[in-house]
Design a binder for this molecule. Structure first.
Ligand code: NAI
Length: 399
């Protein structure tokens, strides 16, 4: 079959499996071009199949370990091909990553299922014991709208503001247009639920389980990803439900850090730059800020995609010559370029002028759209999109 992109609002409804391979290969090539660094050798990645988690895994497998690269176990929640469709981009990313990593002599195991569940924690522990012995680094990169608790209760996160309602232009990727969007204030219960899903509790459960099972190597580290953003986005993010969850994540890093003292380890939060991913494209209004930011950062030569951010994180701010480079709050600041006052002044000036008629002229919305399509395997150089994809051969591919 010939596969064309299907986008609904800001959600991709399909993916191009062969294009996903090209996207993974592009990230591997980018990491290889940067050369190796002395990173961890055995890594568990929670949320390994897309966005920051995938970029972390690729960086560590193909860039870390003084040329040898890391062995990895990756956990993700993805769909394979079925009568409902071809499956998700992350499903194929896992497959192509594993094939390339194995070809390079690395161990690469994909565990597909619910990372919030005790069953998945047990499966990961067994896999680590059998395949890696212990791990030197645990990456926490889950982005989810729902968490099922141990007693079966389903808790949903919401993307809302707190305090006053907030409205502004949002991006409709399906129609390549701006639309008015508003964020209603969340109820206390919605804030609490979002903290339950996206806060630090689950990260702590993972670290406790791994430590109790003796799966953490001496000096093991863990890092979770967060966002703060500039003041102009506070109503959307920092002062929104997700911001409350991230505050909880930051506080949990301190608790985990104390727990890890027993193995001589440390827990960190890396505050990353805003980037187009499956998760961020879904946040109301934020993609307009992203399109403007991308334009300004590209113009000034400091734009980074997921892979460049993660390469810089591990090679220079966690495993570089200076070890972990953190601020006074023990946060690793990968948002340093984004928050440069000159960049923010330029973005704010554009944001105040943006309309549905001029947004393409003011920001890099074509670049944002291209990144979004590429996350789903579309629009990659070197892929013949007119060539039919054999569905039968896809069903034989196993993660
Ligand atoms: P993403 O949507 O690209 O990746 C999310 C990953 O979580 C995927 O691998 C998915 O399979 C996995 N996942 C979701 N629910 C799961 C479950 N129940 N069980 C197992 N795996 C599950 O998202 P992205 O943007 O890479 O986000 C990762 C982290 O980075 C999040 O904590 C996010 O807040 C943070 N971050 C994102 C930024 C952005 O601009 N995209 C900026 C700064 C931080």
């Amino acid at each position: 079959m010939i596969i064309h992109p299907q986008i609904q609002g800001c959600v991709a409804r399909n993916c191009h499996p062969i294009g996903c391979r090209a996207a993974v290969m592009q990230q591997i090539a980018s990491v290889r071009a940067e050369g190796s660094f002395n990173g961890p050798k055995r890594v568990l990645v929670l949320g390994a199949s897309s966005g920051f988690g995938l970029a972390s895994r690729i960086t560590l497998a193909f860039g870390a370990g003084a040329g040898a690269g890391a062995d990895t176990v990756g956990v993700s929640f993805e769909r394979g091909p079925s009568d409902k469709g071809l499956g998700s981009a992350g499903w194929y990313n896992n497959i192509w990553f594993r094939k390339e990593a194995e070809q390079a002599g690395r161990i690469a195991v994909n565990l597909i299922g619910d990372a919030f569940s005790d069953a998945m924690r047990q499966q990961a522990i067994e896999t680590i014991r059998q395949q890696l012995g212990q791990v030197d680094l645990v990456i926490y990169s889950l982005a989810s709208g729902i968490r099922v608790l141990a007693d079966g209760t389903q808790v949903r996160s919401v993307l809302k503001t707190t305090g006053q309602p907030f409205s502004g232009w949002g991006l409709d990727l399906e129609h390549d247009a701006l639309v008015q969007q508003s964020l209603a204030p969340a109820t206390p219960e919605e804030i609490r639920d979002t903290v339950t899903v996206m806060g630090g509790e689950d990260w702590q459960l993972w670290m406790q389980a791994l430590q109790q099972a003796d799966c953490l190597a001496p000096g093991a580290q863990t890092v979770a990803y967060s966002y703060i953003g500039p003041e102009s986005t506070y109503p959307l993010y920092r002062d929104g439900t997700i911001g409350y969850a991230k505050e909880h994540l930051h506080a949990t890093a301190e608790t985990i850090n104390l727990q890890l003292a027993e193995v001589g380890g440390h827990a960190w939060v890396s505050v990353c730059k805003a980037l187009v991913t499956k998760a961020s494209a879904y946040i109301p209004v934020l993609p307009v800020y992203l399109g403007l930011l991308m334009g300004v950062m590209k113009e000034r030569g400091v734009h980074e995609g997921c892979i460049e951010q993660m390469q810089r994180l591990f090679a220079t701010k966690m495993y570089g010559p200076r070890g972990v480079v953190a601020d006074g709050n023990r946060l690793i600041r990968m948002d340093d370029h984004e928050l440069d006052p000159a960049i923010q002044a330029a973005v704010s000036a554009l944001w105040s002028k943006v309309t549905p008629d001029n947004f393409h002229a003011l920001g890099d919305f074509a670049g944002l759209r291209q990144d979004f399509l590429q996350l789903n395997g579309f629009g990659l150089p070197g892929v013949d999109y007119g060539e039919p994809v054999s569905v039968a051969s896809l069903t034989e591919l196993m993660p």
